[in-house]
Design a protein around this ligand. Structure first.
Ligand SMILES: Cc1cc2nc3c(=O)[nH]c(=O)nc-3n(C[C@H](O)[C@H](O)[C@H](O)COP(=O)(O)O)c2cc1C
Length: 489
């Protein structure tokens, strides 16, 4: 691929970015989408969520365009990337209806192998996005990585992998990312990073740690290549939280203010049932914090972009419009079906309070053949084999007084969940987002000869924005079209 030395590219300041293409997991905002967006001078954001299994499965699919292996060749420790190729790459590809190889699950003391796969997965994604952007443009926008705060165990290794590839920005919501700015500082200095690890029922403090010194080959190269500290933007849905984070000793560099119409997970309503006035963020107060900020959730119209800027925002973050474009990772058949249904009768988007095992509301597109249909959900044989959304809990006390930690997920088989002290009510209506979202990007697992069914998330403006884009660009909408549209060009 073209540009070899990324540090030679002229820098674009993140505060000058008008449009951020929001991070969309799993694999919806992949390197191809983020690279295409950054080529237009906007910020492309890859999703770092479940990124290890994504890499492992793409390699098993035979890596037809060779890009995974090209990026793996650029990883600064070839022993590590070699191990991953050896374990997962299959020249002849993956046979339909056969299961993909399993990957190690994360926990408080994740195996070196789980950490390596995750770190390299994040590296590959950022590296490719940067290279695609710099091949298409002499002055591309930055590349960011999005992670969900709630998924604590994989966070630090993904951050480090993305930093090795020169990620410009980290964006995190779905939980309160208190500690991330400080941990980014530690990682850039090659020091151990640590994050508080939530354990239900715990009376002790638990932490996950990641120490770059455990990777001496990387550390040497890192110093050599001058690792940089990415900008950190926190996604928030309240003034109180923005103020609290802003007052910390090590605050975020800026904020994404996301409203409840946005695709993906949403912040729960203040009254726990319906969104109302108390959920509206006072933008003037945000502006008073004097940090850069972007508005998200339905800001997918050129007038809304202008409106955001008038309110003092640096720009907007948009997801749904990019999710339906041809550069996104969603399966082309699903996108086609969504666009066709919208152009016929329209499609419903529901804020589902139960679907996500995280307990956060999750937007679900009501599309036949997906988990949004109750029969499809009912017929799924429950299994928890990726485990990214598992909740850690105290299952006992060891002889030396330490808490013993075990893991459960409200979407695993009920009898297992209950045996682990979970409540039956918590399992009602839950979907296995790990497996369903992998199916949405055509990397669904096969269990007992049956392929996992997909689930599609999108924001409340799905119908409107799709119709507007189709009326201008036809049904094949590119990421570039979306950026041009938002800029009013
Ligand atoms: C398909 C899809 C997946 C998403 N996944 C994530 C995610 O993994 N993490 C996250 O912070 N936000 C996620 N979002 C939210 C977007 O990053 C963005 O903030 C939001 O879509 C903006 O609102 P809009 O959908 O009205 O444009 C997702 C949105 C969509 C449409």
């Amino acid at each position: 691929m073209g540009v070899e030395n990324l540090s030679e590219l002229p820098p674009r300041e993140i505060k000058d970015i008008d449009i951020i293409q929001g991070g969309m997991g799993i694999g919806v905002s992949w390197y191809k989408l983020a690279g295409a967006v950054a080529a237009e001078g906007a910020m492309g954001v890859i999703s770092g969520t479940v990124i290890g299994p994504v890499l492992a499965r793409r390699l098993q699919e035979g890596d037809p365009n060779g890009l995974m292996r090209e990026a793996l060749k650029a990883f600064p420790d070839q022993e590590i990337s070699g191990r991953i190729i050896e374990r997962y790459y299959s020249e002849e590809g993956h046979k339909d209806n056969f299961p993909y190889k399993s990957v190690p699950m994360f926990n408080i003391d994740s195996s070196g192998y789980a950490l390596e796969l995750n770190m390299v997965g994040a590296f590959v994604e950022v590296w490719l996005a940067k290279h695609i952007a710099s091949e298409k443009s002499k002055n591309p926008g930055p590349i960011g990585m999005n992670l969900l705060t709630k998924l604590q165990a994989p966070t630090l290794s993904a951050l480090y992998g993305a930093m090795l590839a020169g990620v410009d920005c980290i964006i995190m919501g779905a939980g309160i990312p208190h500690d991330i700015p400080e941990q980014l500082n530690n990682l850039v200095l090659g020091k151990e990073a640590r994050l508080r690890f939530d354990v239900t029922g715990s009376k002790q403090n638990h932490y996950i740690t990641f120490n770059p010194e455990n990777y001496p080959n990387l550390l040497n190269k890192v110093y050599h290549e001058k690792l940089k500290r990415p900008t950190f933007l926190a996604i928030v849905a309240s003034n109180t939280l923005a103020k609290r984070l802003s007052n910390k000793d090590c605050p975020p560099n800026g904020f994404i203010i996301e409203g409840p119409t946005a695709g993906g997970h949403n912040a729960p309503p203040r009254d726990k049932v319906n969104y109302g006035d108390r959920d509206i963020v006072d933008i003037d107060e945000i502006a008073e914090l004097e940090r850069p900020f972007w508005l998200a959730g339905g800001y997918d119209h050129p007038q809304k972009v202008e409106e955001a800027k008038k309110k003092g925002a640096n720009g907007v973050q948009v997801g749904t419009a990019f999710a339906i474009c041809e550069d996104s990772g969603i399966s082309p058949q699903l996108k086609k079906k969504i666009i066709e249904e919208i152009m016929n009768d329209g499609i419903e988007v529901v804020t589902d309070m139960l679907a996500s095992p995280t307990g956060f509301p999750f937007k679900v597109v009501q599309l036949s053949g997906t988990i949004s249909e109750s029969d499809v959900l009912k017929n799924r044989q429950k299994v928890c084999d990726l485990g990214f959304l598992r909740e850690a809990y105290v299952s006992g006390i060891s002889e030396d007084g330490k808490e013993i930690i075990n893991y459960r997920c409200a979407s695993e088989p009920e009898k297992d969940y209950i045996k682990k002290g979970g409540n039956l009510e918590d399992t009602v209506g839950r979907t296995c987002l790990c497996n369903a979202l992998m199916a949405t990007i055509e990397l669904g697992q096969t269990h007992h000869g049956k392929k996992e069914d997909p689930i599609v998330t999108a924001g409340d403006t799905l119908n409107d924005i799709t119709r507007r884009l189709v009326s201008i660009y036809g049904k094949d909408i590119s990421a570039k079209d979306v950026v041009m549209y938002l800029r009013g060009n």
